[in-house]
Design a protein around this ligand. Structure first.
Ligand code: TXA
Ligand code: MG
Length: 309
């Protein structure tokens, strides 16, 4: 990535504008976390309600320590999984200048260090954190490549960093005395956490408790049907593994080899492609409910939620 592009992004962020940038999970739409107007703009362009807090992105743990209080287990997780798809909910300290509206006036804020060269390069040249939700309109699918970006959001300055390596959002975690609570499933799996910290008591907080865990979320425009065994006429097919299912409209296979990492990487991009075909709806075959499959199933369930019901 050219320094010229980074310089332009810096200029925009300093001026209170938004910048769309790549991370290893999904693209983010970022603003200066200490500039109240920039943060308001994020909520406005995403059509996101203010009660759904934003994540702050940092280049390293020292910058996080300037703004937050980290407990022992926070350090354990941070030192193991950062940079990477972990968002830790941390308590702000008194010195923090992060604007309160970013977290709906609460003292607890989601923080992460992304594992992406462009993001880290940009973050380390700023003297403020970047607040960034996923670069999509609220309730719609996240974006893992610039070609899937919404036309209105594309009016913002953006940095094309190619396809997101992981393709599913970060895992949102709050540590507890005994271990941690998972507020949103994501690219960091429960298995990976248990593998490193088998003494942790891990609680999964289901659905609506985390503000961002609304029932309707991560949703394409077309109707989605999950765990299908057969395909209806004019339905597009999102397939996984080897089987004989076909669609008369269009089909894509998340991973013929049943590789969940490959499936995660393809997930939003394939949903978007099928969404744009002239199908009547999207049928999705069962996805194994472990590791990243658990996160894919969480997203699919929210995509099927019908708010007319
Ligand atoms: O991978 C990611 O996390 C991407 C990239 C851009 O970093 N960002 C992202 O942000 O997915 P967003 O805003 O779309 O999702 C953040 C999630 C939401 O579900 C939100 O409710 C939750 O994190 N969250 C943020 N702050 C929180 C807090 N203080 N307490 C509880 N949940 C919080
Ligand atoms: Mg999002």
């Amino acid at each position: 990535m050219h320094q010229k592009t980074i310089d332009e992004a810096k200029k925009r962020l300093f001026g209170g504008e938004l910048v769309i940038f790549p991370t290893e999970t999904v693209y983010g739409i970022g603003g200066n976390a200490i500039n109240e107007n920039a943060i308001k703009l994020i909520y406005q362009v995403k059509k996101r309600p203010f009660n759904n807090p934003l994540i702050c992105h940092f280049p390293n743990i020292r910058e996080i320590e300037k703004n937050f209080i980290l407990k022992e287990k926070d350090y354990e997780l941070a030192n193991t999984f950062w940079p990477g798809p972990l968002t830790l909910i941390l308590e702000k300290n008194k010195e923090s200048k992060i604007t309160p509206i970013l977290s709906n006036n609460q003292n607890l804020v989601g923080c992460r260090i992304p594992d992406n060269e462009i993001a880290i390069n940009l973050l380390s040249q700023l003297d403020f954190p970047i607040a960034a939700p996923s670069a999509n309109i609220a309730t719609k699918t996240s974006v893992t490549s610039i070609k899937d970006l919404d036309n209105n959001l594309k009016k913002n300055f953006y940095i094309d960093g190619g396809a997101s390596v992981l393709g599913l959002e970060s895992t949102v975690i709050q540590t507890t005395k005994e271990g941690c609570k998972i507020l949103r499933l994501g690219s960091l799996t429960i298995e990976e956490i248990k593998d490193k910290f088998n003494h942790y008591n891990i609680e999964i907080i289901n659905s609506t408790v985390s503000p961002g865990n609304q029932l309707k979320h991560y949703s394409p425009k077309k109707h989605v049907r999950i765990n299908v065994k057969n395909i209806n006429e004019n339905e597009a097919l999102l397939n996984f593994g080897k089987n004989k299912l076909i669609s008369n409209i269009k089909h894509l296979n998340l991973s013929i080899d049943e590789n969940l990492l490959e499936a995660s990487h393809n997930f939003y991009n394939y949903l978007n492609i099928l969404d744009q075909s002239n199908c009547s709806g999207i049928a999705v075959v069962p996805i194994p409910n472990h590791g990243l499959g658990k996160t894919i199933n969480d997203r699919l369930k929210r995509a099927t939620y019908n708010d007319d019901k």
